[in-house]
Write a protein that binds this ligand. Structure first.
Ligand SMILES: C[S@@+](CC[C@H](N)C(=O)[O-])C[C@H]1O[C@@H](n2cnc3c(N)ncnc32)[C@H](O)[C@@H]1O
Length: 467
């Protein structure tokens, strides 16, 4: 018989090898579908939390263990992470339960000789947990600030350094804190629904969901709704009917700011799962309602690299009844397509990026990122941009966006575009929701949303006009 902690242990061991935690947790919980919701919630919290706080947990263990985490057997390292997480961050679990089960699991999984080590380290940590302190930052010493932020908020040092250089200590701390707070899921209701229909849909979600479920309208956009305590979101009312799709409110701003007009051709070169392209399609479909038969038809071309990815877009297009207005195609954005030259009124360049803005949702991103991977992503973005920029008509628009917080992929990439390609920045201050209009970055010709400052993922967007 496998226990909940043993299931969590297996997930933690896999994520230690670099596997994506969100899909892994979903797949493993699918395999143990017979478990009670309470048991599944425990496994998810333990696996996710141990990953999210890995650096902090290792720091605590290393303060007590004779063999440091880097030198420990992978199973023992994962077991200690999971147990220290319970001792520090799961108040409802008695320390003795976490420790006894860890010792049993060490024996069960072939490490009888290390049961004493596991027991000793965990009992010491439990006894002294109120006395443990993290490295303090010193105002004048940048290195001490990096170490302190890294250990306290479990963030690799090079990311702390990157944020510190750009945002200073206080803002960096706000961002890192926000990453550790649970983020609600945001959905975009189909704008073809009336306000009353959206409200009725939200009410029916409440009626059909468990006690903890909550839904509220997002303050930034009237058709964005925040959902908390959502498991199996696809079973909520309106999903099958295509009345909504999951999308962070920050990402909705792209189509909000693009200034789409009836008859526009939109090309999205990196489109899966289709959030922004389908948002554009919904807006255009609403405009088409008043079109005359002789008017130019609006259309969205939604492309991505593989059939696997475009199938996801197609499923969303079908579900949302947008197949008349959207064409989905497999196409490598690095391959130039002459047929697309001068075709787009609006080109979406929502390019592959380091994803540092969504670390709060996908903790594995922070451990997978490196200075080298960030550099190679900005090279890829540059190559894609050089290849697709002339899909935009003269006077047309390029929407450049990423879900990251890295100047080399964001503001410096916009500088690159404006210095090397025939584009100029468009002031978007008046087209963002009023609650964002005082955002400092807008005065520089782009919008950089930082988690902890706004109730959104980290997101970057710029509107550029071909001149
Ligand atoms: C940030 S995601 C796009 C998200 C999407 N725009 C949305 O709003 O749902 C980046 C996408 O770029 C795709 N991609 C990566 N390299 C590509 C390439 N060379 N050509 C086309 N798509 C690519 C990835 O498969 C991924 O789906």
């Amino acid at each position: 018989m496998i226990s909940e902690r043993e299931i969590a242990l297996d997930i933690i061991m896999e994520t230690d090898k670099g596997d994506a935690s969100h899909s892994l947790i979903r797949d493993v919980l699918g395999k143990y579908d017979y478990l009670e919701p309470r048991q599944k919630a425990f496994i998810k919290k333990l696996a996710q939390g141990s990953l999210e706080r890995r650096i902090t947990l290792d720091y605590i263990t290393d303060s007590f263990a004779s063999v440091k985490t880097a030198k420990q057997k992978p199973l023992i390292r994962s077991l200690l992470r999971m147990s220290v997480y319970q001792i520090f961050y799961m108040d409802q679990v008695p320390d003795s339960a976490a420790i006894n089960e860890a010792v049993n699991l060490a024996g069960k999984r072939g490490f009888k000789n290390l049961k004493g080590f596991v027991n000793g380290v965990l009992r010491n940590i439990s006894r002294q947990k109120d006395k443990i302190t993290f490295p303090a930052p010193s105002k004048k010493d940048k290195k001490s600030q990096i170490t302190s932020l890294s250990v306290t908020y479990s963030m690799p040092e090079f990311i702390c350094d990157l944020f510190l250089k750009n945002y200073g200590y206080d803002k960096t701390e706000d961002i890192l804190k926000a990453f550790l707070n649970p983020r609600p899921v945001t959905i975009r209701m189909d704008e073809r629904l009336s306000k009353e229909e959206m409200k009725r849909l939200a009410d029916s979600m409440i009626e059909e969901s468990g006690d903890n479920f909550a839904i509220k309208q997002h303050e930034l956009l009237p058709y964005a709704y925040e959902l908390t305590h959502t498991d199996n979101i696809q079973y909520l009312p309106g999903y099958e009917e295509g009345n909504w799709m999951v999308q962070d409110v920050s990402s909705m701003l792209v189509s909000e700011v693009a200034g789409l007009k009836k008859g526009d051709v939109v090309i999205d070169v990196c489109s899966a799962p289709g959030g922004k392209a389908l948002h554009a399609a919904v807006k255009l479909a609403a405009l088409e309602k008043n079109a005359e038969p002789c008017d130019e038809k609006s259309h969205v071309y939604s492309r991505d690299l593989t059939g696997f990815k475009t199938r996801i877009i197609e499923e969303n297009v079908d579900r949302m009844a947008l197949s008349d207005i959207v064409t989905v195609e497999v196409h490598d954005a690095l391959e130039h397509d002459e047929a697309f030259e001068n075709k787009a009124d609006v080109l979406y360049c929502d390019l592959p990026c380091s994803g540092l803005g969504i670390i709060g949702r996908k903790a594995d991103i922070k451990y997978g990122a490196s200075q080298k991977s960030l550099k190679s992503l900005s090279c890829l973005q540059q190559k894609i941009l050089e290849n697709v920029w002339n899909y935009v008509k003269q006077g047309g628009i390029m929407m450049y966006s990423t879900c990251t917080i890295n100047p080399y992929e964001n503001e410096k990439m916009v500088d690159y575009i404006c210095e090397n390609l025939p584009f100029e920045r468009v002031d978007i201050t008046m087209s963002v929701p009023s609650a964002l209009r005082n955002e400092e970055s807008l005065s520089k010709g782009y919008l950089q949303l930082l988690p902890g400052v706004y109730d959104t993922d980290g997101f970057f967007l710029a509107k550029l006009r071909r001149v």
